[in-house]
Write a new protein. Structure first.
Length: 487
């Protein structure tokens, strides 16, 4: 019996969440009367093989709750006079929608590593683990598999290239935080295009081992890059939020266009993962301004991909997210709803930047005054004295929010600004909600209305008719796993 093929996640876990986590997935399953391991790959569907997809484009708006998609769509309708690309995609003939379950092997609320690994290898992994199942076995991720079968491969992200979501398609690593090791394995495995942030994990001595790898570090260098293997690392850490970015750094759309141009000439086709990774970070921060701009950037990128696919019938497109996050929603009635979105679009700075400025400013000046100035400069909102005091209190480690998990500066600021921007959040954490998955192209007919994330891998493999994977050298070794928390 497959754990995730049932809809009984809550009834199954009569042992309770605490027992589930403490005892491990195997014990919880035994307690619930289930026999298969929690990380079991679902059985091969009996349906006939779908038409062959030469290419797969897998797009992830990381940590995108339904409210995030809805707000971005509302902004596009209000500002641009047309629906979002994602909502337009739903109207395309042949487009399918799937409600995707996201629980990982050891938790109801997944992190990005376990979620990306479920897509990447078809097995549920523990929180924070990349393509190593709870029994310690290494499972070949989809990009390495596709490369074995002669396809070109690439990842594009606004996070560090070594971050959980791209890594989930590329590497076998027991802990997502081992990003130096992830960088090494990504280069060693020979993927063709890797674009994003995270230069700090690619030191010169590592890059020097790959003389045929072209490395670019600015938008201009990306535009001028010659053909061949390409690593683009445009910031030391994550790529800055859209609202904080300079023109030196390419947009997600520009990186994706460059990757598509390079991969499209591959004789056997390609697999490309594109991640709007900072949608998730803005949601964690309860930062509505950044959230909307990150999602709009993802949507422009999707629009570009849909244009690229126009007239083609050889490419499977999947657009999805790995989990909900903070569940934002526009929540003001009547005219106030639209007016609040107009106010939101005037924001010019992320919480990340504003709170860093407040941290610097408070060393020299009175905290309340610094808060007022920085928030007004970054959002156009003049805070009331009580609101300034709430933010000052949480910055001085006092309890302000009833929900303990939300008692941090970003959630307090997000909650204060909800009065103006109309977007309120439930928490600074991921959520267990089922999430949207939209698909179009050959092979998409295997995607059912409700699926678990670890069933999507099979659809990719079947759509491309990939030959069975061969383990890479060293992959037959078992890896001992320690429990971690992820985000
Ligand atoms: Zn996250």
């Amino acid at each position: 019996m497959d754990l995730h093929a049932t809809t009984g996640m809550d009834t199954r876990l009569s042992v309770g969440r605490r027992g589930f986590l403490a005892a491990g997935a195997g014990a919880a399953m035994a307690a619930a009367g289930l026999s298969a391991p929690a990380y079991a790959r679902p059985a091969r569907p009996s349906r006939p093989r779908a038409p062959r997809a030469r290419n797969v484009i897998f797009m992830v708006a990381d940590g995108m709750s339904a409210g995030t998609l809805t707000i971005a769509d509302s902004v596009r309708r209000m500002r641009d006079g047309k629906a979002s690309a994602w909502c337009t995609l739903w109207e395309r003939p042949g487009a399918r929608r799937t409600a995707q379950k996201t629980q990982c092997a050891d938790a109801f609320v997944t992190d990005s590593a376990a979620a990306a690994a479920a897509w990447g290898c078809g097995f549920s992994c523990n929180t924070g683990v990349l393509n190593v199942t709870p029994d310690g076995r290494q499972r070949l991720p989809i990009l390495a598999h596709a490369r074995q079968c002669g396809k070109a491969t690439g990842v594009v992200t606004t996070t560090r290239v070594t971050h959980a979501t791209p890594a989930g398609f590329c590497v076998n690593i027991p802990h997502r935080d081992l990003e130096d090791a992830i960088a090494e394995q990504m280069l060693e495995r020979g993927f063709d295009v890797m674009l994003g942030g995270g230069a700090k994990h690619f030191p010169p001595e590592l890059i020097a081992r790959y003389p045929n790898l072209k490395v670019v570090r600015t938008a201009e260098e990306l535009r001028a890059a010659p053909p061949g293997r390409l690593l683009g690392i445009f910031s030391r850490d994550h790529i800055p939020h859209v609202v904080d970015r300079t023109e030196k750094i390419p947009t997600l759309e520009a990186m994706s266009a460059a990757a598509l141009d390079r991969l499209a000439v591959a004789p056997e086709g390609f697999v490309l993962q594109i991640e709007g990774g900072r949608v998730d970070h803005a949601a964690h921060d309860n930062d509505a301004v950044s959230l909307v701009h990150e999602q709009l950037e993802f949507d422009r990128t999707l629009e570009h991909v849909m244009q690229w696919m126009e007239g083609r019938d050889d490419t499977l497109l999947i657009v999805t997210t790995d989990h909900g996050n903070a569940n934002p929603g526009l929540t003001l009635y009547g005219r106030r709803g639209e007016e609040s979105l107009h106010r939101l679009l005037k924001g010019t700075r992320s919480f990340e930047t504003m709170l860093a400025r407040i941290a610097r400013g408070r060393k020299e000046r009175e905290l309340g005054r610094v808060i007022s100035e920085v928030v007004e400069e970054g959002t156009g909102v003049a805070l009331e004295t009580t609101e300034v005091n709430m933010l000052a209190s949480v910055l001085q480690s006092q309890r302000v929010m009833p929900f303990r998990d939300a008692n941090n500066a970003t959630s307090v600021l997000g909650s204060i600004l909800a009065s103006t921007f109309g977007v309120a959040f439930t928490s600074p954490n991921h959520t267990s909600d089922m999430v949207e998955l939209t698909s179009l192209g050959p092979g998409s007919d295997a995607l059912r209305p409700v699926m678990h994330n670890n069933e999507v891998w099979q659809v990719l493999v079947q759509a491309m008719c990939l030959e069975p994977a061969r383990l890479l050298p060293g992959m037959d070794q078992l890896i001992r796993l320690n429990r971690v928390e992820g985000d």
